[in-house]
Design a binder for this molecule. Sequence first.
Ligand code: SF4
Length: 348
Amino acid sequence: MTIAGTTSLPGTWEQAVAAYESGTAEVGHLPRVLCVEPTDGCNFACTSCVRPEGKAHLLDADDLVRWVDREPGPFRAAPVWVHFSGESLLHPGLSGILAVLRERGVGTMLSTNASRLDHGRAAMLLDSGLSLIVFSLDAARADTFRRIRVGGDFDEVERNVRAFLDLRGDRPAPTTQAQLVLGDQGLDEVWEFLCRWAAEGVDTVQLKRYSTRGGMLGLPTARRGDPALAQARGHTPCLDPWLNVVIRADGTVVPCCADFTGQLVLGSLHQQSLAEIWNGQAARALRTAHATGTDLPELCARCTDARTPAERDAVVRFAGLPVDEAELAELIAEYPRHLLFDLREVDL
Ligand code: SF4
């Protein structure tokens, strides 16, 4: 599949930034695929999430085969998150979806709430070719977990993650990550979280900044980190409409990870190719809105997650843990982005 003057290869970061800076509505490069969503259903009702309304959708692996074979380049541009608004392990055919992607040279990563991470699924994921698995945990204490990750069982989730780590043993892949979204946990609990999972043997621990999902969620009280999150975005254009797409379980395509509720649908892969959607009327209108600062969709106007070229490295990486809580507080205040503590080959 080609579009005027291009190959089927996705654009580079530099091409996307150049088109963004010139405010071009119709672009000559293809997007990279950021996420392929197996399902938008979830068994949790976390306070940091906006649930899409209606019945959950399940991605059809045969559809995925057609989409990847038709336009493989955008899928292979970078490892794809096999995850978006739902809990991927609820999809009964997840192993088939991962196989489709692996067999077509698409790198994969996955984030899970770990509630369904039983022995069988753990073994499947270990053999699936994933390069990274993220355990989305958000708490080190049962009472905090119950309050934030509504519907989850703290002890079960921790038990499942420990069992996964045991089963993985010293395999080099996937990289494992314990993740905490910075909300209203106290600093002492965030520190406890880091130390707990470092001791349990995960490869990395990430502290992730809170997303309001395009202003759909309020800010948690007493949060730390990015003060800009408390403000509207103003008219700074967002890079995402020039850079990437998310493929939802129902085949619709949205431009970014903030759009959990499908307010910015650019088209559907059931009706159009990715190239057609990428330069279709909805995508062009979204780019023009961002370039001019006029007629911004409400989601974008209130968004606290807009990406700019300066945010290329949105994850700040450290080798090892902070030395103590005081240093952790300084890091959180200094870097209002995702903080990743890489514990591999570090003598803790
Ligand atoms: S401004 Fe926010 S909602 Fe709009 S495209 Fe960017 S990330 Fe998505």
